[in-house]
Design a protein. Structure first.
Ligand SMILES: *[C@@H]1O[C@H](CO)[C@@H](O)[C@H](O)[C@H]1NC(C)=O
Ligand SMILES: *[C@@H]1O[C@H](CO)[C@@H](O)[C@H](O)[C@H]1NC(C)=O
Ligand SMILES: *[C@@H]1O[C@H](CO)[C@@H](O)[C@H](O)[C@H]1NC(C)=O
Ligand SMILES: *[C@@H]1O[C@H](CO)[C@@H](O)[C@H](O)[C@H]1NC(C)=O
Ligand SMILES: *[C@@H]1O[C@H](CO)[C@@H](O)[C@H](O)[C@H]1NC(C)=O
Ligand SMILES: *[C@@H]1O[C@H](CO)[C@@H](O)[C@H](O)[C@H]1NC(C)=O
Length: 862
């Protein structure tokens, strides 16, 4: 009686549920009863549930209970929803750590850090974000409590205090899930938040490491940490109920800031966890810093949860100016008898050790191929070989596609200094990167003829090398997710160093260190900066709101020029949709004498356009100040491809067509301690291709006293009526009945659908063609249907990732009205009617939905 989801793989195409949820599991938000009261009521009503978690630690954040329905029927769900004790029933969303795209874990790297000679205040990421200057003022986070919601923390690590409990750096914490948790099974909590994945220990070190051996410290090394472990081992997924529990406990433990490098595709802010985050921010006054995701490759409109929560601080990431890399060595043997030593590092999955692999290194024009034009047609069977290609000249994904097209899943990419450092890929591929000298070394071996092969050792020699990142240093990483949200609010707010970050890893790895990349690493950096801010405010007895922090971080950030990841910087500012305010400037954030009362000026689309938005400037300095306001334009980015509804992957097309902005007054004088209001009006850029959903933006620069100090408020808007934009992926043939049904109409019907933009509601209704009288339900005054496919309507659907669809296999039952049990239909001829609600559409009127009718098919009882 339940929905079957079919996972089909076609090359790298994959299918997934519309939303990544735990099948059959729900959170009931309750009032006027307890979790036990709820569970009793379920028992008495004959609804069999297995209890997951009780979420009643603080009713002002969330009062509820999570459970698995033994029979996940619409009827059971509707019955529960109808109880007056139930405020809302949420499906349980699955989240991931804002997953590292690049991981280098090596046992003894601690030993070689010192050789790199990075004294505390010149640690490159700290210099990049202005932390070095704040630390020089004596701020170190002393007295501030930072909650790390992650894979736990290895508190035995000497750089993280060497112990757990009062008096230690990791003073409090809890394991909400147990080691076997995978996001889909039942959590088994315990008291020990020891990290097994390594991710949380890395994140914790970015905030608070103190390693006296190597002069290595985090952003705010004297904070105390709370370790809230929400992932099992391996760390592959956590859920709303677990995250709500962890956040609630962090509040109870007195956290001053909560940091979560965790995300899931979303953008609506409607899942249970983002709802709780909003209450923690708004009702408890605790800033929540959340990774904005690593889906930059997907282009615009790809905000994630819970960075999408109202009030959350969403964090994007910037590539490093100086790249540390831990190289391992391996010997390449030529069949001619010669050999050469190469240095490489693991970028995604490690090559299996101890096995002999043949290398496939096609030479084009005297160089090892870059793979951009595909691999040579005569490559033969390379599925067991390692494909060697040079980096650069095209997106990394093109190289991966070139290899996987030929069935190869192992890639050795030879670096060149001008190529991207970002290696976001879809699919299961082993990738290592070899030092640039490898090109010449392999060419020399190849010139002697024959084949090349390599073996990787378990414990090879290692070296830590640093190089200047000439290609993308200091730019937003191509992997950093873009906004806006599905309600046209901007995420991320601010960015921080997140590419190739060296930090602590588990002590089982010999007190080692690891290099990881992603918004996971930028998030704790911002949390550390917030801790420094709170330390200073506390010393001045000043109460700080989360809004003040969010606004301060966003408006003191440095707007960055665009970089496409493959070549030197462009000469225009990157879109606000990509960078928010831009790169964090910790010093300006903490020491600015001017503050404003808004993080963004969000003008919405042309239909809901705000003709003017006002904000307030407050002079917190000791003297009267003069302010000059000007506007600075960022690039306008198109969401979709030309003449197409399909979103563009990175980099989207950008045009230098700007909004015209008027600021009134643009010159004002404000006395110490006083505030004045300013009104900003924009006229969206003209001459744009509106159906491509242009997102424009820029900054209102507020220069104080001849620019000794300045703030920038980012503004943004959408230069089209978003309700007119197509949300269904009609262009690539969706929705569709799967081909077997088209050829053989009596097969079990499978409907595939996909979204090019998010849709708040997707319906799949069933119409009886052979017996029109059976269609006794009328929807939207438009269609007579026999009922809906169980599981539909589906709410708060994110945009589908590129090349993914959702497949629904129909079992011949329908739900007449939401909440009733599915009933089997008689054998006969049927068709589906699919509907998807447009963005900003009203869900009660059929007019605001896209509609598609399937071909007829036969349902026969088997
Ligand atoms: C910060 O921690 C260091 C190392 O534990 C310690 O020496 C220093 O006194 C601490 N700072 C303050 C203000 O307590
Ligand atoms: C989380 O990430 C891991 C590793 O990348 C992956 O195997 C897993 O499928 C992901 N889980 C979800 C829910 O996205
Ligand atoms: C844009 O307008 C829609 C429709 O009124 C509203 O739901 C949404 O919150 C608005 N977004 C912003 C950023 O103002
Ligand atoms: C888009 O359509 C216009 C008008 O039909 C045409 O001139 C243009 O070449 C098309 N662009 C692309 C990329 O197909
Ligand atoms: C701004 O106003 C101040 C004080 O009225 C005046 O001295 C200054 O010349 C003005 N600046 C500009 C650029 O208009
Ligand atoms: C449907 O519309 C109502 C009223 O505007 C709104 O409260 C609700 O959140 C909407 N639900 C969806 C799934 O869009």
């Amino acid at each position: 009686m339940h929905l079957k989801t079919v996972f089909g793989f076609v090359g790298l195409l994959s299918s997934a549920l519309a939303r990544d949820v735990v099948p059959g599991a729900y959170i009931a938000e309750i009032k006027g009863t307890t979790a036990n009261g709820f569970l009793n009521k379920a028992r008495v009503s004959g609804i069999k549930v297995s209890h997951r978690m009780t979420l009643d630690q603080d009713a002002s954040i969330f009062n509820g209970v999570s459970f698995k329905l033994e029979e996940d029927t619409p009827e059971n769900r509707a019955k529960i929803s109808s109880w007056r004790e139930v405020v809302k029933l949420f499906p349980i969303q699955i989240y991931n750590s804002t997953a590292p795209m690049t991981e280098q874990v090596v046992e003894d790297v601690g030993k070689i850090i010192k050789r790199s000679n990075w004294p505390v205040d010149s640690y490159p990421p700290h210099v990049q974000g202005g932390v070095d200057k704040v630390r020089a003022e004596g701020l170190d986070g002393q007295g501030i409590k930072v909650a790390i919601v992650d894979t736990g923390i290895d508190y035995t690590h000497p750089s993280l205090g060497g112990g757990f409990g009062p008096g230690f750096k990791v003073a409090v914490g809890y394991d909400f899930v147990g080691d076997s948790y995978n996001g889909r099974n039942t959590p088994v909590p315990d008291n020990d938040p020891m990290d097994c994945g390594g991710h949380g220990t890395h994140v914790a070190g970015i905030v608070a490491a103190i390693d006296t051996r190597f002069d290595f410290t985090g952003v705010a090394p004297n904070v105390t940490l709370g370790a809230y472990k929400v992932f099992g081992c391996p760390s592959i997924g956590t859920t709303d109920d677990v995250l709500i529990s962890a956040f609630t406990r962090a509040v109870a433990d007195g956290a001053d800031v909560i940091s979560a490098s965790v995300s899931s595709s979303g953008g609506w802010g409607e899942y249970a966890w983002p709802q709780a985050v909003t209450r923690i921010v708004e009702d408890h006054g605790i800033p929540c810093v959340i990774g904005a995701g690593n889906s930059g490759s997907q282009g615009l409109f790809y905000a994630s949860s819970a960075a999408d929560a109202v009030g959350a601080i969403g964090v994007g990431y910037v590539d490093p100016l100086i790249v540390p890399r831990i190289y391992q060595t391996a010997t390449v043997f030529a069949s001619s008898g010669q050999n050469a030593l190469i240095s490489y590092y693991t970028a995604t999955l490690r090559f299996p050790v101890g096995q002999l692999f043949e290398l496939y290194a096609p030479v084009v024009d005297g160089q090892i191929s870059d793979g951009c034009a595909g691999l040579p047609a005569d490559s033969g069977d390379i599925s067991q070989k390692i494909v060697v290609m040079r980096a650069g000249n095209c997106p990394f994904q093109d190289k991966v596609d070139a290899a996987t097209e030929k069935g190869a899943l192992k890639i050795l990419l030879i670096e060149d200094l001008s190529s991207t450092f970002s290696m976001a890929i879809d699919g299961f591929v082993y990738v290592s990167r070899a030092a640039s000298e490898t090109n010449a070394a392999l060419l020399a071996l190849l010139s002697s003829g024959g084949t090349l092969s390599v073996t990787f050792q378990a414990n090879p020699d290692i070296t830590l090398k640093t190089s200047n990142n000439l290609a993308t240093g200091g730019s937003i990483s191509t992997g950093s997710s873009w906004g806006p949200t599905n309600r046209l609010y901007q995420r991320p707010h601010v960015c921080a160093p997140g590419g190739f970050v060296l930090s602590t890893s588990r002590s089982a790895l010999n007190q080692g260190y690891a290099i990881l990349s992603g918004s996971s690493m930028a998030t704790p950096y911002i949390s550390g900066v917030v801790a420094l801010y709170l330390q200073k405010a506390r010393a001045q007895n000043r109460i700080v709101t989360p809004a003040e922090i969010r606004i301060g971080l966003t408006t003191t950030a440095k707007a960055l020029v665009f970089n496409d990841g493959t070549s030197a910087n462009f000469n225009f500012l990157a879109p606000v949709a990509q960078q928010g305010g831009g790169m964090v400037d910790a010093y300006k954030f903490i020491y600015s004498n001017t503050v404003v009362d808004t993080d963004f000026l969000e003008f919405n689309d042309t239909q809901n356009f705000h003709a003017s938005i006002s904000f307030k400037i407050t002079n917190r300095g000791a003297a009267t100040a003069n302010y000059q306001l000007t506007s600075i334009a960022g690039a306008t980015a198109y969401t979709t491809m030309e003449n197409s509804t399909i979103p563009q992957t990175f980099p989207p097309t950008m045009v230098q067509s700007y909004a015209s902005v008027s600021i009134d007054p643009s010159n004002l004088t404000i006395k110490s301690g006083q505030s004045k209001r300013v009104v900003v009006r924009v006229v969206p850029p003209i001459g744009l291709d509106a159906p491509r959903i242009p997102v424009y933006g820029g900054w209102i620069k507020i220069a104080r006293d001849a620019d000794q100090d300045n703030l920038k408020i980012p503004y943004m808007g959408i230069a089209t009526k978003i309700k007119d934009a197509t949300v269904t992926n009609f262009e690539q043939g969706y929705p569709k009945l799967t081909s077997s049904l088209v050829n053989n109409p009596t097969d079990q019907p499978v409907l595939a659908w996909g979204l090019v933009l998010a849709s708040g509601t997707v319906r799949i209704d069933v119409v009886s063609v052979s017996d029109p009288a059976a269609n006794d339900v009328r929807i939207f005054n438009a269609d007579n249907i026999i009922g809906s496919v169980p599981g539909y309507p589906s709410y708060w659907n994110p945009r589908s990732p590129q090349d993914q669809d959702t497949q629904v296999s129909w079992d011949g039952t329908v739900v007449k009205y939401e909440g009733l049990s599915p009933v089997a239909v008689p054998a006969g001829t049927y068709k589906f009617i699919y509907r998807a609600l447009k963005m900003n559409g009203r869900n009660e009127t059929g007019r605001d939905y896209e509609r598609w009718v399937s071909p007829n098919f036969v349902w026969s009882l088997s």
